[in-house]
Write a protein that binds this ligand. Structure first.
Ligand SMILES: [Zn+2]
Ligand SMILES: [Zn+2]
Length: 384
């Protein structure tokens, strides 16, 4: 994966246009070019080095998440500052060439939820109210909104004053740095579950976020981490990311498997990342009385999950803790990426050029070639 790690670009070299992958309508991918203007005093332009492909992007393309078209997708991006206004530079402590992660959320920073730090719940980002001020890069800002540089499947990204940036060490490889967003999601889930030293933690769903959740739980001091899922290679890989054991739910009842591994007990904390109702129900059956269940997987707009009100929840006093997106997760995530406890780069299994995004999606949909995290590399050449 040839990704230069040390390029620097003087302000004067900021190009006038940015190639982009565009979802012009449901199930329609096009390639487009947008103009890039010099940023204002409170703004910046980031040159994207890598952007992760997320299951969310495929759902967006299918039209499962609102009507954001035409959309430049991509919310798992990292890159370097290509240009930055004077006030933005002073406020953020960033200069041209600095490596950054930019959070997907563009919260208002003023409402009650933002002020208490839960900016993932920004009152201005309530799609049900048709509002579009608190926004998400690559998810709900159409390209028609000026300056049209709102998604990570692109060479350049616009960073307005309300964006949240995090400086990355310039020595961190992009293939590691690109995991900042999914690891931030994992870190928030672990924080929501109040995972503490000595806890036994079960993670359901060994996808990229699930595997990173195992790592985050281990980093938070979990005594034992058990991964539950169905894909053999992913279960095996989780053992390199802090999981002590894996339970294949096709081979045995996970309740039996987990009890066997922890002396007949159930878990203190269960984090569900699979995003299917059956896994959410399973999560409740895997937690001890008085334990915590974190629901971090999105099940889709019309999914219904059923629990027995008394038997499952009331008489067991289970804390059900939904965890949405990544707020507060980037700081611990970047700190963990800076350590060398886990082989993070192994999660990034495939890299594609923009022109090959359809190949990438075919690979992900067909679950072939042990694809785990695929990324798009703006500097890569098409394969065909
Ligand atoms: Zn994502
Ligand atoms: Zn807000």
């Amino acid at each position: 994966m040839p990704v230069a790690n040390d390029w620097r670009m003087p302000h004067a070299a900021l190009p006038t246009s940015s190639r982009q992958v565009l979802f012009s309508a449901p199930d329609t991918i096009e390639h487009a070019v947008s103009a890039v203007d010099a940023p204002g005093p409170d703004e910046a332009i980031v040159r994207i080095a890598l952007v992760g492909i997320c299951a969310t992007d495929l759902h967006l393309l299918a039209g499962h998440i609102g009507d954001p078209f035409p959309l430049v997708p991509g919310h798992e991006f990292v890159g370097a500052i290509a240009a930055i206004g004077d006030r933005a530079s002073a406020a953020r402590g960033l200069h041209v060439g600095d490596h950054v992660a930019v959070e997907m959320l563009l919260p208002c920073r003023a409402c009650a939820r933002c002020r208490e730090g839960r900016y993932n719940l920004c009152d201005e980002d309530d799609m049900a109210r048709g509002l579009a001020r608190g926004r998400q890069y690559g998810v709900n800002i159409p390209r028609t909104v000026s300056p049209g540089l709102w998604g990570g499947y692109a060479e350049y990204l616009f960073v307005p004053a309300e964006a949240i940036t995090h400086k990355l060490p310039s020595t961190m490889p992009w293939t590691r740095a690109v995991l900042a967003e999914p690891l931030a999601v994992a870190s928030r889930a672990v924080a929501r579950g109040r995972v503490s030293p000595g806890d036994t933690v079960v993670v359901i769903g060994p996808g990229p976020v699930g595997i990173l959740t195992a790592a985050a739980a281990r980093a938070a001091g979990a005594r034992k981490v058990i991964m539950v899922g169905t894909r053999t290679s992913r279960l095996a890989l989780s053992l390199s990311f802090g999981a002590d054991a894996a339970v294949d739910s096709r081979d045995c009842d996970p309740v039996v498997g987990v009890r066997e591994l922890i002396g007949g007990q159930l878990a203190d904390v269960v984090v569900e990342v699979a995003g299917v109702p059956a896994a959410q129900q399973q999560a409740v059956s895997l937690v001890r009385r008085g334990g915590r269940v974190v629901l971090a997987g999105a099940c889709g707009a019309h999914a219904v999950v059923s629990f027995l009100a008394d038997e499952d929840l009331l008489t067991r006093e289970i804390d059900i803790l939904p965890s949405f997106l990544s707020s507060g997760g980037f700081e611990p995530a970047i700190a963990l990426l800076e350590r060398h406890d886990f082989p993070f780069e192994q999660l990034v299994t495939h890299s594609f050029a923009f022109e090959d995004v359809d190949l990438a999606y075919d690979l992900i949909r067909s679950r072939s070639d042990d694809v785990l995290k695929a990324v798009l590399d703006p500097s890569a050449e098409r394969s065909r």
